[in-house]
Each structure stands twice: as structure tokens, then as C-alpha cells.
Design a protein around this ligand. Sequence first.
Ligand SMILES: [Zn+2]
Ligand SMILES: [Zn+2]
Length: 570
Amino acid sequence: MENNNRKLARILSRIADFLEFKGDSIYRVNAYRKAARVIKDLPEDIKELHSKGKLGSIHGIGEKLREKIGQYLEGGTIKKYEELKREIPEELIILMDVPNLGPKTLRLAYEGLGVRNLNDMKKVIKEGTLTQLPGMGSKKVKKIEKGLEIFLKGQDRMLLGEAIQIGERVLRHLAPHASNLSIAGSLRRMKETVGDLDILGVGGKEIMEAFVQIPGTKEVLAKGETKASIFLEETQIDLRVIREKEWGAALQYFTGSKEHNVHLREIARDKKLKINEYGIFAIEGGKKLGGAKEEDVYKALGLAYISPELREDRGEIEAARDLTLPTLVEYHQIQGDLHTHSQWSDGTATLEEISLEGKKLGYQYIAVTDHSKSMKIAHGLDEKRLEDQIKTIRTINAQGKGAYLLAGIEMDIHPDGTLDLEPDILKELDWVVASVHSHFTQDATERILSACHSPWVHCIGHPTGRIIFSREPYPLDLEKVFKGAASTGTVLEINAHQDRLDLMDIHCRKAKEMGVKVAIGTDSHHIGQLWMMRLGVGIARRGWLEAPDVINTYPLKDLLAFTKRKRKGG
Ligand SMILES: [Zn+2]
Ligand SMILES: [Zn+2]
């Protein structure tokens, strides 16, 4: 149903782009943009509203626009859109989707510099000629360059870690004005990348006022009684003000995923119920059966409550019906971090700082896993320096001021599968992570498997090597790796750094099925990155993992016993 609304919204905002490109009146341009936003966010199908003759009830859509919407619903397009489209080169239209560029600048570049397509645009940025345009400073060009980068990656999403920080900043700002407040959407589900941010709140006028005044707001895109949208730096954030009695239904609805909610609505229909953002209703008679709490929705459908991270329609609804949902691992169960870098290689913190910060976070232990010698650019440790580091760690532990430091290493696995350090030194360590850091185009399956078969290697770091938005995983037969890890008792990492999140959620679930344990490590290079553990826990939860599947939920004693097991050959 959202499809009609989205497609129509897209056409309307495109008309706005075309008009702006042509230098039409800004009022007309804005009218189209506004209509596009309103329609995109309608909870009901525009087609249904039209057939009931209710288009007039949509706020902000005048008669002329209604007529155009009619054209779209009857003929699949709008005449004006088709006319305008013919007037503008097709390759330029594509560029209208580049963030931070905008039709006006595009027209200036087209007329002033002869920019006709993507390559031309890249060229004028690279050569610096874009700054010749009126009002075009180097700062603006930088932004366009960034926009082009994002555009080229084919996405308008941000990293989960970035989204959380922005979302929580907004929550802190709104909290004094709201009796209830939550992030919704894909961020609440802890998806590895996030588009727009959705915030729901219960409160009066003040919450709306506070929202549009959040420091860093670049633009207020819309502000109504119950809904507002702002651009906070580079991110669109939508706030919906909800009535207390509809809180649960709204939170459920706006958390998604779409697939999950579609499946729920099917179940509702079979039970002669209707669920929407306002509540749960009997189809016959329309009696309201609940909606104040999110649990109401699931209960009405005969389901156990489903955690947001699971709501992807990947079997969680069936499991909720059969009462076989996993007891997901929780952040407070994490006893330590199993991947950090210090000053000894390419990190910034001292060993003492890491230990003290660990204590602040409530951890029992933190593993220091600096790079090994073949990572020369990262000042990787050779045997001698590693020995010194182990001694220093033991001294710090003896003082007992902070979290217990596990003497560890993130050791390179060479392209031929051999390891970067000798058993003589490895046997002194508490925790050995082995990682692939080179030759990314070569198939890494055998290379990783041979590390699994070493009795000294506890864990494979960032197993697929992907970096979100920038590097594809190396060629890898993950199923073989899971098998090898399971048979050798090797742990696989969930690298919790926001750029990596590797293993991915679906991998975690498969790994568990195949009998593999995971270790969550933040790969922190500064103590200010240790918080990313939360991201790793989010991925573990999305991967259906429970506390016993994640070895850093173990108390120190159990963890050390676990790591000794492999060395003794099981
Ligand atoms: Zn690494
Ligand atoms: Zn690392």
C-alpha cells in the first residue's frame, strides 16, 4: 500500500526539482515538495482516499494538486511531469538525486560550465572549476563532493553507530518535555545502516517546539501539530507526537520492519482484527481492543512479545506463536571487550587507561589485542616488544586498579595461511585473535581455516573483512569457515566497530546453528570507541544469539578456562 504513496511522492518531488531547475517560482516548487512529503507519510493508501473522494481531507493539498493526483491514480503518471521531463537532458535528471547538489546549482553548472552528466560533474569538482560559479565556495563544493560520494555508493544511509549518536542526542534534548519517548524504525531494530531517523514522543506543544530548536538543526522541513521533520546536520529526523493511549500501537507500527508488519496484519485479518498505528480493533463493529502498550499488539494476535531486533519476518513470528523465541543476549551481561588496540600499535590509549576505562564500563576484563609485526604501518609488535607488553600488563593487573587486562594479540594470517608469530610467544598470551589484513582479492577460505587449525588461535577477527560503504568482503566460503571453527573450537568475532559489524546478523544465526561461539570486540583504537560494544550486542541479538553463545558474557574465570580448552586440544 505504501507503494502508491511513495511512487506518487517521488513524481511530485521530481516535478519540484524540474521547476526549480527551470527557475520557476519558489512558491510553486515548495507546494510540490510539501505535497510529496505529506503523501509519502500518509498512513492510508492514496488510492483508497481518492476512491472515497477524500483527497480534500489531506492538509496541504489544493485543488490543482488533487487533479494531478487523480491523473496519476488513473493513468499512472502526471502530464506535467512528462512534459517537464522531456525538456531536461536525461543524464542531468539522474544528478538531481545527488545529496547536497540541488537543481539550482545543477542548472548553474549546466549553463555556466557545460556540465551535462555525472562524469562532467566529477570533472568540475576535481579540477576546481565548480568554485567559479556564483555563490559557490570551497566548503559548498566539499559538500557536493561528499554528496556525490554517497550517491555513487547507491545509498542514502548512515552507519548504525552514527545514527545512534544522533538519535540519542535528540532524545536527551526532548526528554524534559515528553512523558514517553522512543526511537523507532530501523535504528530501534539495530540495523547495520539506517536511513531517516524516526522518533516518537508523548507530550504537549513543548515537545514540538523543543524538536525544531535542537542545536545543529539546518532546516525545519515541516512542522505540524503531531508531526515535524528537521534536517539535523545531514540527517532527516521525523518526530511524531503520539497520544498516550495509542503509544504501543504507534511504536509497534513505526518500528517495522515492513515485512514483519505485513505478516502481522495477515494474522490479524485471519483473527478478524485490524491493527494500525492507533490500536487494535475488531473488524466487525470497530471495537478497540488495545494499543497503549506494544505488548498489546502481540498479545491480541496470540504471540509472545518480539524484541525489535528480531522484527524482520525471518521466522520470529512463528517462534513467537510457538513460544520458542530465543532469550536474547543483553548488553548488561557483557563482562568485557575482546578486541582493543593501545599505543603499543596504532591505538592512542595507554594500557592503564584501557584498564581503568574498562572498570568504568563495569567490565571484569578487557583484552589488549595490538597488531603483530607484519602490520608495519600500524607499528605491529614483534616477539620482543610483545614480551615487554605482556610484562607491563601483568604489572598493571597486579596493582588491581582497573579491569583485568588479558594479554592478547591481533595476529596477521599470512596469505599462505601461516601465522605471524611463533608458538613460543603465543603460549604466553591469554587471548589470540587472528585476522586477514592483506591480499583482499584472494579467496581467504583456506587461509582462515589454517588459522582455525592452530591450537594457539582462539578467535578469527572480522571474519569476512568487509567495511560498510567501502570494502566488499574478501572471497570466502563462510559455510566451510563455520564448519572449521566448530570442529576446532575456534571462536568467530562480531567486530562491533561501526564501520565493520562483521560477522553480520544473518551470519551469527548460521554460526550458532553450526555450533560456533562468538566473541564481541569493539576493535577500539581510542577509549572513546569502547561504547560500540552496544552495536555488537545489537548485531548478536539480530542474529538470535543468547548469552551462552557469546563468550564475553562469561565471568573471567570461565573465560580463561574456555580459552585453555583449545590449547589442550578440547
Ligand atoms: Zn583487524
Ligand atoms: Zn583490530
